[in-house]
Design a protein around this ligand. Structure first.
Ligand code: IMO
Ligand code: MG
Length: 454
């Protein structure tokens, strides 16, 4: 069977930790979208591992697959593999030959477009990894795929077609000088060498066939989503999104397995007990703001909730794994979660960071939105309408800090009573059971009620 792990919010929900934990029962961990824009932290034997491209199963010695829906920067891939090997881990990573390759010009163009957009406050605050430009080339049928790196002649041909277009775009449309990143010979040498290494380490696969064979053999597969539902290019708040489908449907199109296989398994939504967001875009339950990310927010703006946001940011370590940027903070947003539950068909939920909110007198939740005098229970389809929504908050009594290790040992009933009331509200509103509750960053600091592979 399969278990698909999906971010229910805006990324950074703690997907990596759960993927690592549940991968214990799986033999394969597979990413189906995104690239090195992800930032997954896995704590193993007291050691912290930060991964952006390699699936979280790598730490446990599983077979790891980057599916065709991923965009792969070979530089990052080999850097992460080498770093893990230096730490004594020998990861088995396979890359789909149908996956698209991120080239240096994609990263440059990502930066250029962000700069241009920022003049009209339209920037997405991307991770700068070239994700959007690579998916653009995929859709534009001018991308270079992993399989192309294995055939020097094809690689050369593709570069000769695409690079002059990219150079013209940078120089003539954006007026930016180009360098090595747009040089066909330099790119050819570097990427042909990546192809040789992929071939010599036997790393490339036809992902669909590879995974289907495993399923036929009765093996368990864990699909590890990156980013989150509200960053999904179709179901997120466009245009403040990433360029792929983190939602559960992506696990089929991004791997080459049928949707029935994904749907026959479990689809677990991972959420935080509050909200965090890196980048711009509306956030109706936001507390305070972050200059440069919160729309129209300036340093000297007086907002009473600033201190609360800072406390949560510090307690939760809410700084970007990839970029180090402070994350925007808000209360849990139920319309967002109702939307995510429908778009993904969650069969279970994991609520992380319950410990982070400990010590607050009151915990609030955006229960619904007020828009044009009406009560709304899910998200409007446009970002502009979403910006007009005002969150209607509901208050819950807070819970005190607890001895979380004891809670981890004793299980769900040992959670503070008020925390359980909060969790039961979430589960009831979404009509979905809570499979696990995160009470700290370590693998053991999770209260598991149900193992989706069991
Ligand atoms: P994980 O997997 C949080 C955000 C960026 C930006 C938008 C588009 O760690 O949850 P991109 O570089 O993808 O074109 O940026 O998406 N973003 C993330 N936010 N967690 C992530 O990944 C993210 N990956 C991208 O901040 O707003
Ligand atoms: Mg992250």
């Amino acid at each position: 069977m399969t278990v698909t792990i999906v971010g229910a919010q805006l990324g950074d929900e703690g997907k990596g930790g759960m993927a690592d934990r549940w991968s214990e029962s799986a033999s394969v961990v597979c990413r189906y979208q995104g690239g090195d824009n992800a930032g997954h932290t896995v704590v193993h034997d007291g050691e912290e591992y930060k991964l952006s491209l390699v699936p979280s199963g790598a730490i446990r010695g599983k077979v790891n697959v980057l599916g065709n829906g991923c965009v792969v920067n070979p530089d990052t891939l080999f850097e992460e593999l080498d770093a893990l090997r230096e730490r004594g881990i020998d990861p088995d990573v396979r890359v789909a030959r149908r996956a698209h390759v991120i080239l240096p010009y994609h990263r440059v163009l990502d930066g250029i477009e962000e700069d241009v957009k920022s003049e009209s406050d339209f920037d997405v605050a991307t991770t700068g990894r070239g994700i959007g430009p690579t998916y653009e080339d995929k859709a534009g049928r001018r991308g270079i795929r992993v399989g192309d790196l294995l055939d020097a002649e094809v690689l050369r041909e593709r570069l000769e077609y695409v690079v002059p277009q990219k150079r013209a775009l940078a120089e003539e449309v954006f007026g930016v000088e180009t360098g090595e990143a747009f040089d066909i010979d330099a790119l050819y040498d570097q990427y042909a060498a990546f192809g040789e290494r992929l071939a010599s380490e036997d790393m490339t696969v036809d992902a669909g066939t590879f995974l289907a064979d495993r399923i036929d053999d009765g093996e368990e597969i864990l699909f590890e989503g990156a980013q989150g539902t509200i960053l999904d290019i179709d179901h997120g708040n466009y245009p403040y999104v990433t360029s792929s489908n983190p939602t559960a449907g992506g696990a089929a199109t991004g791997t080459g397995l049928g949707p029935g296989i994904v749907g026959d398994g479990e689809i677990v939504g991972i959420l935080k007990a509050y909200l965090s967001r890196v980048g711009t875009g509306p956030l109706p339950t936001e507390l305070g703001g972050v200059v440069g990310q919160t729309p129209d927010y300036e340093e000297d703006t007086e907002r009473g909730d600033e201190g609360l946001a800072e406390d949560i940011r510090e307690a939760g370590g809410e700084y970007g794994t990839v970029t180090g940027r402070p994350r925007r903070i808000g209360w849990l947003d139920m319309p967002m979660l109702r939307h995510a539950t429908r778009a993904n068909g969650f069969t279970g939920l994991v609520v992380n960071h319950i410990d982070t909110l400990a010590g607050l007198d009151t915990v609030q939740v955006g229960h619904s939105y007020a828009l044009d005098g009406k009560e709304l229970f899910t998200l409007p389809a446009t970002t502009e309408r979403w910006t007009d929504c005002e969150a209607t908050l509901e208050s819950f009594d807070g819970w005190a800090d607890a001895d979380w290790d004891t809670v981890a040992d004793e299980g769900y009933d040992a959670l503070p009573e008020n925390a359980r009331t909060y969790l039961e509200y979430i589960s009831g509103e979404l009509d979905t059971s809570i499979y696990a509750v995160g009470i700290g960053p370590g693998r053991e600091q999770t209260v598991v009620r149900e193992d989706p592979f069991a």
